[in-house]
Design a protein around this ligand. Structure first.
Ligand SMILES: *Cc1c(COP(=O)(O)O)cnc(C)c1O
Length: 387
């Protein structure tokens, strides 16, 4: 079955005598047990809930894994994966990670004895050098954020497994429609479902998919043991949002590619970050996040100030187009030195392209570029006036 079909066609409420076509919200904490055998398919919502079970089966199917798990946020999902490690274990992580993930890794380093080595994961030799005998986890994102770079998941999986480490891939920016890391050998996939999977900017959620049943059992023990589960109503919203993922993504990435081309053709833009084909062209299946270097922080701010349609927001993947300055917003918690090492300039602008009419989005980006140009002229005059 094509994934686009699976997104809308799945068991909505298994075993339900009324056969609803949308998954009901089982807003209950407890379930009565059979008084004779004292058993039941569900007993307590932290441990399992029929609404959540549908979502968890759905994400496992979409990612091609053994089991799925739904959490209250993407970071709760990542924290659950990191719980699989013990004090003294090491993590090798890509440098270009979501800012909140870096902060979580730093917290675990200071409080829980988990050491993270950051490397450029597109450089396999650098990863091979960093992975040592105590490395238990390699953590990367597809596509990376905010520079939209791509790692070789199959090669990283071989390298990790040869050294006895697990490979976890945060697939929030690509979604299972564009990349399926488990098929390439990854052990775990993580999602901030707050982004594309939810897609409407109205729910905070996280997902984990384990490739195998034994690893799934370990993730389940953390999910049930710590309880950062997704609530039934949020689960319903996410299931509803996911049904339109294929059409949203198709439309959003078409507009995003047009935005990337517009930016690349402007003389004031220093670099455009968007997934590319081997020949260097912008990919047709590159997702809907585009970032670019505006030349200076002043130019970046002037671009943002001139926009009228795009709103200034953290996050990405929603039906609304948004803009953010990663160094001032989503990646503000990343240290200055680390930002420089990662090539995250203060002039970086990240756009998340939504479902508005393509012409309207392009017109607004052109308006932003007009603001950037005006700022460049003012700055140029001031520089020229200096003695
Ligand atoms: C947003 C994001 C997260 C964190 O998810 P929340 O749902 O905000 O907790 C993790 N990874 C990536 C790639 C993200 O973009």
């Amino acid at each position: 079955m094509n994934l686009a079909t699976r997104l809308v066609s799945f068991p909505a409420s298994p075993g339900d005598p009324f056969r609803p076509t949308a998954t009901p919200v089982y807003q209950t904490a407890t379930f009565a047990l059979d008084p004779h055998g004292l058993d039941a398919p569900f007993d307590y919502t932290r441990s399992g809930n029929p609404t959540r079970a549908v979502l968890e089966a759905q994400i496992a199917a979409l990612e091609g894994g053994a089991r799925g798990f739904a959490f209250a946020s993407g970071l709760a999902a990542l924290a659950a994966v990191l719980r699989l490690l013990r004090a003294g274990d090491e993590i090798v992580a890509d440098r270009d990670l979501y800012g909140g993930t870096c902060r979580l890794l730093a917290m675990l380093a200071s409080g829980h004895g988990l050491v993270t080595r950051f490397v450029d994961a597109t450089d396999l030799d650098a990863v091979a050098d960093a992975v040592g005998p105590r490395t238990r986890l390699v953590l990367v994102e597809t596509f990376s954020n905010p520079l939209l770079r791509e790692v070789d998941v199959a090669a990283l999986a071989r390298l990790s497994h040869a050294r006895g480490a697990l490979l976890a891939v945060d697939n929030s920016a690509a979604t299972p429609l564009l990349r399926r890391p488990l098929a390439l050998g990854a052990d775990l996939v993580v999602h901030s479902a707050t982004k594309y999977l939810g897609g409407h900017g109205d729910v905070t959620a996280g997902l984990v998919v384990a490739a195998g049943a034994a690893l799934g059992e370990r993730v389940y023990a953390v999910q049930n043991g710590e309880g950062a589960v997704l609530a039934p109503f949020e689960t319903f919203l996410l299931l509803r949002g996911m049904k339109t993922l294929a059409v949203r993504l198709r439309q959003q990435q078409r507009t995003a590619r047009a935005v990337a081309r517009l930016l690349a053709g402007h003389p004031g833009v220093r670099a455009v970050h968007y997934p590319r084909t081997p020949s260097g062209a912008f990919a047709t299946q590159g997702g809907a996040v585009v970032s670019f270097a505006a030349g200076s922080e002043g130019h970046a701010r002037a671009f943002v100030a001139a926009l009228r349609l795009l709103s200034v927001c953290v996050s990405f993947g929603s039906v609304h187009s948004t803009v953010c300055l990663p160094c001032a917003m989503s990646h503000a918690s990343v240290e200055e030195r680390e930002r420089r090492a990662r090539g995250l300039g203060a002039d970086l602008v990240r756009l998340s392209v939504g479902l508005e009419d393509r012409g309207d989005v392009l017109a607004d980006v052109a308006r932003g570029l007009g603001g950037l140009e005006a700022e460049a002229q003012v700055a140029g005059c001031q520089a020229g006036a200096r003695p």
